[in-house]
Unconditional design. Structure first.
Length: 216
């Protein structure tokens, strides 16, 4: 079983990653700024306080872990959007001092930079609200940064165009830089199945050093 340090464990996606990992018997250390926000208490769960934007704090939290997972996103408002790219840089900076003992890094990324069936990118669609575009481009900046990193084992996982709480089916389809769509052109996945895909990646290590996408 893996030892996982999880940032963003109280969010919509992070909370489901937490549950999925614990259900499979992994040990999860929830790395939070406010422990009071995480009310779940289960065997295999440890809660520590850490600031994802402080590389020294990241180093301390990552020691002895097999995988660091970041579910830091921008869905909670403008203040969180501003942390997406800086947190990516801080996580890498915090893992580098661990050198050969550094855990893998898996991060939740956005769908905005994925290619659509018409060859454009999701964020090129007309009528997208500005706050959503800001989140998409912040995740795009984070992905560009990761692609410049060659001394930390990283993976980014982008969701379908629509991700929301729903049913855990345990099934999904993957692509690399293309949006996963169904036969009717819809792109969606439940947050539960996204968590399944991410924990599968922890266990299977199929996409080290690249971004991949998931959809139902």
């Amino acid at each position: 079983m893996a030892k996982i340090a999880l940032y963003g464990a109280t969010g919509m996606i992070g909370s489901r990653i937490l549950r999925e990992a614990l259900d499979r018997g992994h040990h999860v250390t929830a790395v939070v700024r406010d422990p009071g926000r995480l009310t779940e208490k289960r065997p295999g769960l440890t809660v520590i306080t850490c600031d994802v934007l402080d590389p020294a704090s990241v180093t301390a939290a990552a020691q002895g872990q097999d995988v660091v997972v970041s579910a830091v996103g921008g869905s909670d408002g403008p203040g969180h959007i501003a942390t997406i790219a800086p947190s990516a840089e801080s996580l890498v900076a915090g893992l580098r001092p661990l050198d050969g003992k550094a855990p893998r890094l898996i991060t939740v990324n956005g769908a905005g930079s994925l290619r659509t069936p018409d060859g454009k990118q999701v964020w090129d669609a007309e009528g997208l609200p500005e706050p959503l575009l800001q989140i998409m481009h912040a995740h795009g900046d984070a992905l560009d940064f990761f692609r410049s990193v060659h001394d930390v084992r990283w993976t980014c996982l982008s969701p379908a165009g629509q991700i929301e709480p729903g049913e855990r089916t345990g099934t999904y389809r993957t692509a690399l830089d293309d949006l996963v769509v169904d036969s009717e052109g819809r792109s969606r996945i439940s947050a539960e199945d996204y968590a399944v895909a991410l924990v599968d990646e922890i266990e299977q290590q199929n996409h080290v050093g690249e971004r991949f996408a998931v959809g139902d």
